[in-house]
Design a protein around this ligand. Structure first.
Ligand SMILES: Nc1ncnc2c1ncn2[C@@H]1O[C@H](COP(=O)(O)OP(=O)(O)OP(=O)(O)O)[C@@H](O)[C@H]1O
Ligand SMILES: [Mg+2]
Length: 262
């Protein structure tokens, strides 16, 4: 029985502040965290706290300076692009901005079939179309939407397409980096409900990033609170939400409650 699906140990990542500066920003400062199979784990923190850097590092889209990343028990920290290829199926990413994350020149069918061909090895056209129709229905779109292009959809619908693209390859682990923060409040709720449904019905493990603790409380089982590249608080969401230990977490909470009441 595998106890953790994803794990990081002591991750450190620094960025140079600019070409002419010798100063460095420590975006990840000894980050140790894990996600168990079937868990939805939240990552919360103010802007610049290192959330995206951690997500990109886990997905090996960014090279860390030191520390280790494990996926299904394998140390993938030094994996080459070739070694990562089979893992690209298991680990999918949904980005914040549904306007820039979908290729505008491709139809929805084209966007979704890429992953299905590459990662699931399907090549039969009608089989692929059936899969696309199925996954579009799962995310609340219609099968005829596959003929359209991203520009024909609203922001919320585009985010559904991005989620469908990720789901189409049948990943075990989904990273969602602020997937609703670019959307209107009412649309945010719809997408969060969709993710909650996927979590329950598909049993996908998730790392869900948000600066809003209330959103994390709604969707996640556990959460890590990040500040200046460090995890400063962690635990079950009920515990963090009802009795935050750190002042920083309390501030995040009151900011989020404020956002709700406005
Ligand atoms: N490619 C980069 N080059 C230089 N500095 C970077 C780069 N990416 C991130 N940083 C810096 O690293 C720190 C962490 O950034 P990161 O994007 O991980 O924060 P975040 O928590 O995702 O913030 P946000 O909520 O605004 O998305 C910030 O100080 C940021 O300026
Ligand atoms: Mg970010």
């Amino acid at each position: 029985m595998m106890t953790t699906l994803v794990e990081t140990r002591g991750l450190i990542k620094q960025f140079s502040q600019g070409f002419f500066s010798s100063q460095k920003t420590t975006a990840l400062d000894n980050v140790t965290m894990s996600v168990k199979p079937g868990e939805t784990v939240g990552l919360v923190g103010e802007s610049g706290s290192g959330k995206s850097t951690l997500a990109l590092s886990i997905a090996r889209l960014l090279q860390v300076d030191s520390g280790q990343i494990f996926f299904s028990g394998d140390d993938i920290t030094g994996y080459t692009a070739n070694q990562m290829r089979p893992l690209r199926k298991e680990l999918q990413f949904v980005f914040q901005d549904p306007y820039s994350s979908l290729n505008p020149r491709m139809s929805v069918k084209g966007i979704l079939s890429e992953g299905i061909r590459l990662h699931r090895g399907l090549s039969n056209k009608s089989e692929i179309e059936d899969e696309i129709a199925h996954v579009l229905t799962t995310v609340g779109l219609g099968k005829d939407d596959m003929r359209k292009h991203p520009k024909e959809f609203s922001g919320g619908q585009r985010q559904r397409i991005a989620i469908a693209r990720a789901l189409a390859v049948e990943p075990t682990f989904l990273i969602c980096d602020e997937p609703v923060s670019a959307l209107d409040m009412s649309i945010q709720a719809q997408i969060l409900n969709l993710l909650k449904m996927l979590k329950v019905e598909k049993n996908i493990s998730m790392l869900f990033i948000s600066h809003d603790l209330a959103v994390v409380n709604f969707l996640c089982d556990r959460a890590y609170v990040m500040k200046s590249g460090q995890i400063i608080e962690q635990g079950g969401v009920d515990e963090i939400f009802s009795s935050p230990k750190e002042q920083y977490t309390r501030d995040l909470l009151s900011a989020s409650l404020l956002a709700k009441s406005n």
